[in-house]
Design a protein around this ligand. Sequence first.
Ligand SMILES: [Zn+2]
Length: 326
Amino acid sequence: MDDMKKKFAIGVDLGGTNIVCAIVNYDGKIVSSLKTPTLAERGKEATIKRIIEAIHKNIAQSAIAPANIMGIGIGAPGPLDVKRGIINFAPNLPGWRDVPLKKILEDEFNIKVILENDANAAAWGEKCFGAGQGINNLVCFTLGTGIGGGIIIDNKVYHGNNYGAAELGHMTVNKDGPKCNCGNNGCLEAYSSAIGIKNRIRDRIKKGVKSQFLNLDNIESIESISLKSIFEAARQGDKLTSTIVEEAISYLGIAIANITNILNPEMVILVGGITNEGDKLLNPIREEVKKRAFYTNYKFLKIVIGELGDNAGVLGAAALAWVPVS
Ligand SMILES: [Zn+2]
């Protein structure tokens, strides 16, 4: 064990836009990291090459002897097969079908490689090094462009029958709700993700609703407007954004109440850009959950914001190289 504490692990966060690679020590400190564009549009082979190069470069710049690196953990978009280390399909990595990434990287680096869903990796990061330290049962919502989730039960990532568990963004919260990217209607993601919020604002602009605070004369300018300014406009009573933001928060509260009544976790951790709102987000969510969940389930539940920010995924991926999750 003492020997382990002197060693390092590599975490890789494979996203549609960037590959983030970090060498992490046993205490969860990043000792060396780098970020490089995924360039997913250049195809699967090119991206795999970029991952390999990023890891080699990261090891070289850290000056850590390869013998002191325990393994590589990859957080990747799914669906994927954790046990076999295969990415079955990834909507934002065109051309990726049944890619045996674990084997490819093990052949290249000759060390243990663990593949995990990116949201599960973020949950595991918060569990090992962030807000969830010492918590055995928790649920983590990753609130970004879309919404993902990770469920930890009895200190293990819960994967479900074939690694499809914890798709928290795709729980139906309104049967007649807006269309989601997954094809369903009324998913949480269609209401409470950055894409969902912006799509709903766009729909309203098309219907002629004007914002009193945001410059949205050109409908596509919504893409460049930050969630922060959208939330701020809503708080000022902006006609265009206020109900959309209220519903985004309220449906998130409903989703948390649902999962609270199903799993009775000790903690719900929220990570992602929207959590910059802090208590302005947490307070109305807590109200919603309190209103809907069983009192006995709500009473001891902690709803908190993650502590690792954007690093949750890469830290969790690295932690997987120490603690194999099944
Ligand atoms: Zn969906």
